[in-house]
Design a protein around this ligand. Structure first.
Ligand SMILES: [Zn+2]
Length: 264
């Protein structure tokens, strides 16, 4: 194609693209607030014991300078009350509460297995007003982590195709009295819509727009993440992710999403 012809052609393509995006976010869509996940994590699954976490947001005491003040629900004497300052406890950290829309829902738990491995898991459910799930890479960087690598990991599941999760290898250095201490961790996640799941942020954005335009439907997406420590080298942690997701996955889906995921 000649250059003089190509330029208007390109302009039309860009305009069409912008029009699709505009249509996606201005047309009247029917909101369907039933999510694909249940907002609860199991307490015990095979090999893992879960402990739900709650957070104190007291800006003068517990959560001063956005310090992470978390408590195990099972150890609280009075449910939802901070044992240190008496404030009301929340399902998310103070920074999360302040940065995300009011109706974003959270549930967080720490799971330990028989050999003492501890994994932190969370489900974040986007609100109804606007989509509140960000690209995880951006948040991890913002929290001061180095991104050492990322890739897709297949988790074999009984009765259906494997679930793809995205794994990010992170690291950071903690300054201690004994000098700097390196800390290596991983962050595995995937997204669940009302009847879709994907490990890709861009696929999720595509389905968000697609559902609005083609199905005239908007629903709440959930973001499920599993975090843990890893060695500086090697990928032994993958076995932990696989085992954990295999056990927890069937518990977090709604009946409708489960039927779809297992092709029932
Ligand atoms: Zn407190």
């Amino acid at each position: 194609m000649e250059k003089s012809l190509f330029k208007p052609f390109l302009t039309i393509v860009i305009l069409m693209g912008l029009a699709i995006i505009a249509v996606a976010f201005t047309t009247d869509v029917k909101f369907d607030f039933v999510p694909g996940v249940k907002m609860e994590l199991p307490e015990d699954v095979k090999g893992w014991h879960g402990n739900q976490l709650k957070f104190c947001h007291n800006p003068e005491l517990c959560a001063k300078d956005y310090k992470d003040a978390s408590f195990y629900v099972s150890e609280l004497e009075i449910p939802d009350i901070c044992p240190e300052c008496g404030d009301h406890l929340f399902n998310m950290a103070r920074a999360e509460k302040e940065q995300l829309p009011e109706d974003t829902e959270f549930v967080k738990s720490a799971f330990t297995n028989d050999v003492g491995t501890r994994l932190f898991t969370s489900i974040v459910l986007s609100g109804t007003a606007r989509d509140s799930i960000h690209r995880p890479q951006r948040c991890l960087k913002g929290q001061g982590n180095n991104m050492d690598g990322e890739y897709d990991l297949e988790v074999p599941l009984e009765g259906r195709d494997p679930l793809t999760v995205r794994v990010i290898q992170t690291s950071r250095t903690y300054r201690t009295a004994d000098g700097p201490v390196p800390y290596y961790s991983f962050y595995a996640y995937w997204f669940v819509g009302q009847d879709r799941e994907t490990a890709s942020h861009y696929s999720r954005m595509f389905w968000l727009a697609w559902d609005r335009v083609v199905r005239s439907k908007a629903n709440r997406w959930a973001y499920i993440a599993v975090q843990g420590q890893r060695e500086a080298e090697g990928t032994e942690y993958e076995a932990e992710i696989i085992d954990f997701v295999q056990q927890v996955y069937p518990h977090v889906l709604t009946d409708t999403m489960r039927a779809k995921a297992y092709g029932e």
